[in-house]
Design a protein around this ligand. Structure first.
Ligand code: MLT
Length: 254
């Protein structure tokens, strides 16, 4: 049996935080001060402290999240996902809307990869096989946080670097294949009845504000928050702005 590590903290409305690629639960350290919620923060299979398990599709991560709620007797939870975690959140909204009390979609998008994007991911699978994951840290870290934040070399950059360094080669390869094959979840987002908070860093060039605006425009009940001076990991880079928006949103759900 493969082990999934889950950090749990607080009491109240259950809230699952799903990390992005190639990261881990560490990236939500600064969100744990959000009050009135029961935080559930898993390391997805193959990342952080979790075993790789058998992941072939984005939906497989969704099943892991559903399993951890089931194991704890939790009927539904707010599902918050960053980037790849957002792809997982959207797959849950499509396949298991009953367990998604609301969605928080952070620096993510509902559209699948382009042909070039897919080819690039599959080339990265081969490169990880040959070289390991170091090159991904070097390539991706500069896109996660703005240069101004990275220059400060504080806890935020450290969190992101450590999260990336925890990823296993097997976990990274499985995630790259799963992301390359992920479906369009636009229709699922249109059909979803719950409340949706869409958050994006104004300087995110991986999943830019145009993606967030499109998601907010197609969801039935969406609130859009654009965070200035933040790149792809807006919740890490500007935790005070992100947490205030999330706290307001969660307050409205109760
Ligand atoms: C992530 O942060 O999860 C990745 O940038 C997602 C992606 O590569 O599509």
């Amino acid at each position: 049996m493969s082990t999934i590590r889950v950090h749990e903290q607080g009491q109240g409305l259950p809230l699952v935080w799903i990390h992005g690629f190639p990261l881990s639960s560490r990236i939500f350290e600064q969100q744990l001060s959000i009050s009135g919620v029961r935080h559930l923060v898993p390391d997805l299979p193959g990342f952080g402290g979790s075993d790789p398990g058998r992941i072939e599709r984005i939906e497989d991560y969704g099943s892991v999240v559903a399993g951890l709620l089931r194991d704890r007797g939790i009927g539904n939870a707010v599902i918050a996902g960053v980037s790849m975690g957002g792809y997982v959140a959207l797959s849950i909204a499509r396949d298991m809307p009953d367990i998604a009390r609301a969605l928080i979609l952070i620096d993510t998008r509902e559209v699948p990869d382009s042909e070039d994007g897919r080819a690039n991911r599959l080339a990265q699978v081969d490169r990880v096989e040959l070289e390991g994951t170091r090159f991904l840290v070097d390539e991706m870290l500069p896109r996660m946080l703005t240069p101004e934040t990275r220059a400060k070399q504080d806890r935020r950059t450290e969190l992101v670097r450590h999260a990336m360094e925890d990823a296993s080669g097997e976990g990274v390869r499985a995630a790259l294949r799963a992301m390359a094959g992920r479906p369009d979840t636009g229709q699922a987002l249109r059909a979803y009845d719950g409340e949706v908070l869409v958050v994006v860093g104004a300087k995110d060039d991986l999943t830019p504000p145009a993606d967030a605006r499109r998601m907010a425009s197609i969801a039935k009940n969406a609130t859009l928050v654009e965070i200035p001076d933040a790149a792809h990991l807006s919740h890490v880079e500007r935790p005070e702005a992100f947490n205030a928006a999330a706290q307001r949103f969660l307050g409205r759900l109760r």
